[in-house]
Design a protein around this ligand. Structure first.
Ligand SMILES: NC(=O)C1=CN([C@@H]2O[C@H](COP(=O)(O)OP(=O)(O)OC[C@H]3O[C@@H](n4cnc5c(N)ncnc54)[C@H](O)[C@@H]3O)[C@@H](O)[C@H]2O)C=CC1
Ligand SMILES: O=C(O)[C@H]1O[C@H](OP(=O)(O)OP(=O)(O)OC[C@H]2O[C@@H](n3ccc(=O)[nH]c3=O)[C@H](O)[C@@H]2O)[C@H](O)[C@@H](O)[C@@H]1O
Length: 492
């Protein structure tokens, strides 16, 4: 830890150099570095709710910025496009003019990616802070006036301390930076409603007058639409740790219910009945008890690994082992599901056609990062299957990008020859297939004409419901052999 710290969260406090007008003036201009799944929707909502504030979202990727400025914005989120179209060009702007927008801003959000490291120290565990560092260095190089810098990205505990040190590297005289932690809790697919009606806003800052002023300035932005009573303020370390802990605990609930789903399949209990019974206890609550083929998404695994790395560095081996289990059970669930498929298909998938319903990591998003579907597809391709993937929001390039990830070790000709993507033609996707595997819980999958689908499939026709969204009794009445996560179905 920095020996020169003089306050409770480790950030240097040089209160004499502060210029009061900088912290007391109204926030008129916000710059967000990173136009991704967090930066885009968050800033769209700020611009929508704060018409008096100019919001500039900047990114290194010209392609991404062009997409934000087009009719076909780069992220699918219910309600997002409408808000962007309403505010864009008025007080919401997307550009690659990073330096210019930093210079104009009173508050700068850092919303860049923080993936797990794929090299060097902390490989596979620690977050790669290259992008955060480069954003901080740009700010310190460019800023000619004082700024409030907000960590929106999910970062390791004590990242604010590192950011302040990077900012100092080129800091000009009379320029002061306050770094706040303001983690984002939105979930993809519901980003806009989560942003409009958050459970809470968390802001961590220095426990000094300047830190508290900065917290108040950011609070005032949120108070355009959020009640002060749900804005939680704390020190930066607690705020950073709360974000990692919240994601770890959400993922832990999914692994917990998925571990129970394995017991259900072996014992004859029904996971949906068990979830309902458990969730009825108000102390436990009913959310995040949906057994599935495993959690995906860019953050749960990354953030748990981040927490594990922290524990290892703090010599808390038992705690690290505890959280590792959440990931192990998630991997086990995906593998277990595929083994069930292979076993039901008479232990061979070679050249069998399998329709995969869903490639996104959850419904209502086109995001495929760490989707369980990718791993299901990989294991089935390893077994020699041909795959027809059906997803309403994933395009071919995105699917190819995921499946050709070197870590999956799938030869490119196998992917090209054995995988096809369909966006909506379910009958063609299922024609002559031996099995249909539900990996994502898209609502439209529930309303398909399964009697017709049964007709075009090879017999026996199998359905594997990895999301528990289908009417299993009805499917069996059409003649399907049905298997589902967390329950045994009667095939007599
Ligand atoms: N995706 C999600 O739902 C959530 C993500 N988070 C966290 O938010 C952070 C961002 O996540 P996403 O938005 O999903 O990432 P993303 O990958 O969609 O977007 C990040 C963007 O930052 C840009 N970028 C990187 N370095 C830059 C630089 N120096 N200057 C300008 N632009 C730069 C990239 O080009 C990219 O467009 C991560 O730390 C993540 O853990 C937190 C809550 C929800
Ligand atoms: O830091 C982040 O990135 C975000 O991570 C998650 O949001 P997200 O990953 O977008 O979506 P979730 O709804 O949490 O779903 C994650 C995965 O768990 C799966 N899941 C979710 C709930 C459930 O009961 N069962 C289940 O298998 C989903 O299908 C999905 O694959 C958290 O819910 C957000 O609060 C957080 O801000």
């Amino acid at each position: 830890m920095n020996q020169n710290t003089d306050n409770q969260n480790g950030l240097n406090n040089n209160s004499n150099s502060i210029r009061p007008e900088y912290l007391s003036k109204n926030i008129q201009n916000i710059c967000c570095i990173g136009a991704g799944y967090v930066g885009g929707p968050t800033c769209a909502v700020i611009a929508y709710k704060c018409p008096d504030i100019q919001v500039n979202v900047v990114d290194l990727s010209q392609e991404r910025i062009n997409a934000w400025n087009s009719d076909n914005i780069p992220i699918y989120e219910p309600g997002l496009s409408e808000i962007v179209m309403e505010r864009r060009g008025k007080n919401l702007h997307f550009s690659t003019k990073i330096d210019e927008c930093i210079e104009k801003a009173d508050i700068i959000f850092i919303s860049v990616n923080t993936p797990t490291k794929t090299y060097g120290v902390g490989l596979g565990r620690a977050p790669d802070l290259t992008y955060v560092e480069s954003a901080a260095r740009t700010i310190s190089k460019v800023a000619k006036t004082s700024k409030i810098i907000v960590e929106k990205s999910t970062v390791p505990v004590k990242a604010a301390e590192s950011i302040i040190n990077m900012l100092k590297s080129n800091q000009k005289p009379d320029v002061e930076f306050q770094v706040l932690s303001n983690p984002e809790f939105l979930a993809e697919g519901t980003a806009i409603s989560d942003l409009l009606n958050p459970d809470r806003i968390l802001i961590g800052g220095e426990d000094t007058d300047k830190g508290q002023w900065a917290i108040e300035q950011l609070s005032k932005v949120y108070q355009h639409w959020v009640d002060r009573s749900i804005i939680i303020t704390t020190n930066t370390w607690s705020s950073e740790l709360s974000k990692l802990a919240a994601n770890a605990m959400l993922a832990q609930r999914i692994s917990s219910i998925n571990s129970i789903s394995a017991i259900c399949e072996s014992s004859g209990a029904d996971i949906q009945h068990v979830s309902k019974a458990i969730g009825a206890d108000s102390r436990i609550g009913s959310k995040f008890l949906q057994a599935s083929v495993g959690f995906g998404g860019s953050c749960f695994q990354k953030d748990i690994n981040n927490l594990i790395y922290l524990c290892e560095n703090l010599n808390l081996k038992e705690v690290a082992d505890y959280w590792s289990q959440v990931i192990l059970i998630n991997d086990y669930q995906k593998k277990r599901f595929v083994n069930k498929i292979i076993k039901s298909l008479f232990n061979t998938c070679t050249n069998k056609k399998i329709a995969i319903f869903g490639f996104a990591f959850k419904k209502n998003t086109g995001d495929t990062r760490e989707s369980a579907s990718i791993h299901i597809c990989k294991y089935l391709l390893d077994e020699g299957a041909n795959l027809n993937i059906l997803d309403p929001k994933v395009d071919y390039d995105q699917m190819m990008f995921e499946l050709s990830n070197p870590q999956l070790n799938l030869p490119i000709d196998v992917i090209k020859n054995k995988v096809q993507l369909f966006s909506d033609d379910v009958i063609e996707a299922c024609r002559n297939s031996h099995a249909l595997v539900v990996c994502t819980e898209w609502d439209n999958f529930k309303s398909y004409d399964y009697e017709k689908i049964y007709e075009v499939m090879q017999k026996p026709a199998h359905i594997f419901d990895g999301r528990l969204i289908l009417d299993h009794e009805r499917l069996m009445s059409y003649g399907f052999h049905v298997e589902a996560i967390g329950k045994r179905l009667n095939h007599d």
